[in-house]
Design a protein around this ligand. Structure first.
Ligand SMILES: Nc1ncnc2c1ncn2[C@@H]1O[C@H](COP(=O)(O)OP(=O)(O)O)[C@@H](O)[C@H]1O
Ligand SMILES: [Mg+2]
Length: 332
C-alpha cells in the first residue's frame, strides 16, 4: 500500500467529471462530487438516474468513459486490487449473494475467505460487526432463510464489512423494507459509521435518508443537480433555513393563490393539514407585515409563526430540472 502514490486529497471518495457511456447512451454525463473520511454520503435519484453506475465505477466493475474516480486518493482504474480492499459493497439484491441455508457466521466464512482472511479473524470480525448491528447469539447462528428481511439486510451489510474496508458502498439498502425497518437499518448504518469510522456511500431513491447524511448528491439523468450538506442545500432557499408557517382554518385554492401572491413570497410548500410554509427573504422581518396583509385580505388564519425549513421543504420548492415530482414522491 505504501508504494502506491496517493493523490493529494483528504477526500475518501472523489468523483471528477465522471462520464460513463453504454454505446451512444451516457448513463453519467460528467458528474462531480465527493465525501470526506467518515462521512455519510447519500446518492439520491430516480430510477435510471445513474446511481448504480456510480457504484460500479467505484468498485472497479465498470471503466469510466471519461473523467476520474478516486477512493482513498487512489484512481480506481489504476489500483483495482487495492480498491477491492478499500471498498466493501452491499448489493441491492442480497438474495443473490447470501447462502440461505447457512447462518450469518457461515456466510461470513465464505466471504472472508475470498479476501484471504483466516477463519478465526473472520469469525471475530463478523461477531464484532453483527453485534454493532444488533445481533445476539441466537440471530448470529440462525439460518438466513429463518431471518426477517431487515435481519438479512444486516447480514449482507456485515459481509460487505468483513475485510474491514474504510469505505462501504450500499445500493438501495432500504428499498423493499417497511418504514420502521428502513429507519432501523439506517440507524444501524449510522452506528457502524460511528463505531468503526467507515465512510458510507448510500444509494437511494428515497429522500428520507437525507436525515442521516452528512452530504447529499442528487442525480438526474446522469447529471448532478444538487450537491452539498443538507444545511448548505437548505440555506440556498430564500430565508436561509427559516420560513413562515401559516395555519388557516380551512385552505381553499383561492386562499392558496392569495397567500402565494403575498409580497416577497418566492416559494410556498405544503406544511401539513391547512398549513403552508412561505419562503421569503428576511422572514423574521416579514412576519408582522405578512400578518397585517392577511388581515387586510380577510384570509382567516389560526397562526402565523417563524419555523425552521427542512429538507422536505427544500425538495418541494427547489425547481427540478426535468421531473419535478418524480423523486420524493415516496417520502412523507
Ligand atoms: N450495462 C448497461 N448497458 C446499457 N445501458 C445501461 C447499462 N447499465 C445501465 N444502463 C442504463 O444507464 C442508466 C442508469 O442506470 P443505473 O445506474 O442502473 O440507474 P439507477 O441505479 O439510478 O436506477 C439507465 O438508463 C440504464 O438503463
Ligand atoms: Mg440502481
Amino acid at each position: 500500500m505504501a508504494k502506491a502514490e496517493p493523490k493529494e486529497t483528504y477526500r475518501e471518495i472523489d468523483i471528477i467529471d465522471l462520464k460513463v457511456a453504454f454505446g451512444k447512451f451516457y448513463a453519467l454525463k460528467g458528474a462531480s462530487f465527493f465525501a470526506n473520511k467518515r462521512e455519510f454520503l447519500g446518492v439520491i435519484g430516480a430510477s435510471g438516474a445513474g446511481k448504480t453506475t456510480v457504484l460500479r465505477v467505484l468498485t472497479g466493475q465498470l471503466k469510466p468513459t471519461d473523467g476520474q474516480a478516486f477512493v482513498g486518493g487512489y484512481d480506481v482504474t489504476k489500483k483495482s486490487k487495492l480498491i477491492s480492499l478499500l471498498v466493501g459493497y452491499v448489493p441491492q439484491l442480497e438474495h443473490l449473494s447470501l447462502y440461505y441455508d447457512f447462518n450469518a457466521l457461515q456466510n461470513a466464512q465464505f466471504f472472508g475467505r475470498m479476501f484471504g482472511l483466516r477463519s478465526k479473524e473472520i469469525e471475530e470480525r463478523a461477531r464484532n460487526v453483527l453485534t454493532i448491528l444488533g445481533f445476539d447469539e441466537e440471530l448470529i447462528t440462525k439460518r438466513i432463510d429463518r431471518l426477517s428481511g431487515g435481519e438479512r439486510k444486516r447480514v449482507s451489510i456485515c459481509l460487505g464489512m468483513i475485510h474491514n474496508p474504510p469505505v462501504l458502498l450500499l445500493d438501495e439498502p432500504t428499498t423493499g423494507l417497511d418504514a420502521h425497518l428502513r429507519h432501523e437499518t439506517l440507524n444501524y448504518l449510522k452506528e457502524l459509521n460511528y463505531e468503526l469510522g467507515t465512510t458510507m456511500v448510500i444509494i437511494s431513491h428515497d429522500l428520507e435518508i437525507v436525515d442521516y447524511c452528512t452530504r447529499v448528491v442528487l442525480l438526474e439523468e446522469g447529471e448532478v443537480s444538487q450537491f452539498g450538506t443538507p444545511e448548505e442545500l437548505i440555506s440556498t432557499l430564500p430565508g436561509k433555513g427559516e420560513s413562515i408557517r401559516v395555519v388557516l382554518h380551512t385552505m381553499t385554492q383561492d386562499m392558496i393563490k392569495r397567500i402565494e401572491s403575498l409580497p416577497g413570497v418566492e416559494y410556498t410548500a405544503a406544511a401539513g393539514r391547512n398549513a403552508m410554509k412561505l419562503f421569503i427573504d428576511d422572514p423574521s422581518e416579514q412576519l408582522l407585515p405578512i400578518i397585517h396583509r392577511l388581515n387586510e385580505m380577510k384570509v382567516p388564519f389560526e397562526e402565523v409563526s417563524l419555523v425552521e425549513a427542512d429538507f422536505f421543504d427544500y425538495f418541494q420548492v427547489k425547481p427540478w430540472k426535468q421531473h419535478p415530482r418524480e423523486i420524493g414522491g415516496t417520502a412523507s
